[in-house]
Write a protein that binds this ligand. Structure first.
Ligand code: ADP
Ligand code: ASP
Ligand code: MG
Length: 407
């Protein structure tokens, strides 16, 4: 017996039957003697539809009003789920983010959780109620609704699990757990029994949508017992933890793809000290996240610097660079938003120098050109043409997780 936080994503609550299925999972857990706090996403594609509706009214709507609108999606699914649980005869209460004490900063659209005041939830649990909480939302210090960024319900669940000192946080989704690559697009993707927080954080940050990266960051920080599993099968899924049992032979845990990258090349920059500092400090001041950076060898007193940013930041980057063109003296700017970042992740690769070469060999065999490379202790990322991205992932996956390697 213990306290379990269970999170259910959009597909898992998409219609009446699925809500009833979720209600069944929650009540079965409750009837086994556990206290249950369930965190729900909006139904199916509701959040996308609300964004489309807003754009029809005012494409430049304020972030505050966008949050007021988007938060309604989770309220609908939670109230419906509470009704389904009532019908199954269990005591239940649904709470919005602010009723549940989820306090955030004031950054509408991408708010960070500052604190969870658990008093109300605790009171309901003490009354032996199941508590259903809206994911993805909180309240700022002015009493206004905020949302945590797309996919943020995972982060709500882990934050609640940490604040309530839950014994377990289960993330129920529409696949069986965390795979070696997206099982919907990569054939032969394998379910991982376990993965470390660090590897999962890299995978999530590098494009594996199965968990919101901030949820993994929180889970690691507060040592939350995290499990990813399917709401459809009830089979055991993937444990996300600090240390995992691992065969020495597996250096790579997973492959991720991020199709939201674009590359900017500044060609013909002056080859003198301070240029990189000027460029990247100006971008940082505008809050623009720069990812892979590549600098060419200087030639004829000039050099080139290329870097990647998220597509959504491209216009801001262009205007910062044009506005400051005089202080960098570049010849021209070349922008390519037709690229994708493909990454391999694995804690075991640090001691195995051949891992990156094996990835490049897979791309060579598939005749895919690499535009940029970036490495860290636990990942290697390459930039390739967007239209080659899926083939690149499949080729790399076949190279590292082929049938022969299993045997
Ligand atoms: P939810 O609505 O439950 O939050 P998401 O759509 O956010 O679900 O995340 C689940 C999806 O993540 C899966 O349907 C799958 O296509 C995708 N995905 C991407 N990479 C992986 C991976 N390595 N393992 C499992 N799923 C992945
Ligand atoms: N409903 C929100 C979204 O679609 C949050 C979530 O599902 O995690 O992004
Ligand atoms: Mg999600």
């Amino acid at each position: 017996m213990g306290l379990i936080v269970q999170k259910f994503g959009g597909t898992s609550v998409a219609d009446a039957d699925r809500i009833r299925n979720v209600a069944r999972i929650i009540t079965e857990t409750y009837r086994r003697g556990h206290q249950v706090v369930a965190v729900l996403s909006a139904q199916g594609k509701t959040t996308d539809e609300l964004i489309t509706q807003a754009a029809q009214i005012n494409p430049k709507a304020s972030k505050r009003e966008m949050d007021a609108l988007l938060a309604t999606g989770e309220q609908v699914s939670c109230a419906l789920c509470a009704m389904a649980i009532e019908a199954l005869g269990c005591p239940v209460v649904s709470l919005t983010g602010w009723q549940a004490g989820v306090q955030t900063d004031a950054q509408n659209g991408n708010a960070r959780i500052r604190k969870v005041d658990t008093e109300r939830i605790q009171k309901e649990l003490d009354k032996k109620s199941i508590v259903i909480v809206t994911g993805f939302q909180g309240v700022n210090k002015f009493g206004d609704i905020t949302t945590l960024g797309r996919g943020g319900s995972d982060t709500s669940a882990v934050a609640l699990a940490a604040a309530l000192h839950a014994d377990l946080c289960q993330i129920y989704t529409d696949v069986d757990g965390v795979f070696t690559a997206d099982p919907r697009t990569v054939s032969g993707a394998k379910l991982l029994e376990e993965i470390t927080y660090d590897e999962m954080l890299e995978l999530a940050t590098l494009g594996a949508q199965v968990l919101h990266n901030r949820s993994v960051e929180l889970a690691k920080h507060y040592n939350v017992n995290l499990e990813v599993l399917s709401s459809f099968t009830g089979d055991p899924g993937t444990q996300v933890k600090e240390v995992v049992r691992r065969m020495e032979s597996s250096h790579v845990s997973g492959i991720a793809v991020d199709k939201d990258s674009s590359r900017i090349a500044l060609v013909g920059l002056k080859d003198e000290p301070g240029i990189a500092f000027k460029i990247f400090s100006m971008l940082a001041k505008r809050g623009i996240n720069v990812d892979i950076i590549l600098q060419s060898i200087g030639r004829d007193d000039t050099k080139d610097i290329s870097f990647t940013v998220e597509k959504g930041d491209l216009d801001a980057v262009k205007s910062v660079l044009e506005e400051n063109r005089d202080s960098f003296h570049f010849d021209h700017m070349d922008i390519n938003d037709n690229v994708a970042k493909v990454s391999i992740v694995g804690a075991g690769m640090i001691n195995n120098p051949g891992v990156a070469a094996k990835m490049f060999e897979a791309l060579y065999n598939a005749n895919i050109n690499i535009h940029m490379i970036s490495t860290s202790e636990i990942k290697v990322s390459v930039l390739v043409d967007l239209q080659e991205a899926d083939r690149a992932v499949q080729s790399i996956h076949d190279m590292f997780f082929s049938r022969e390697e299993d045997d």
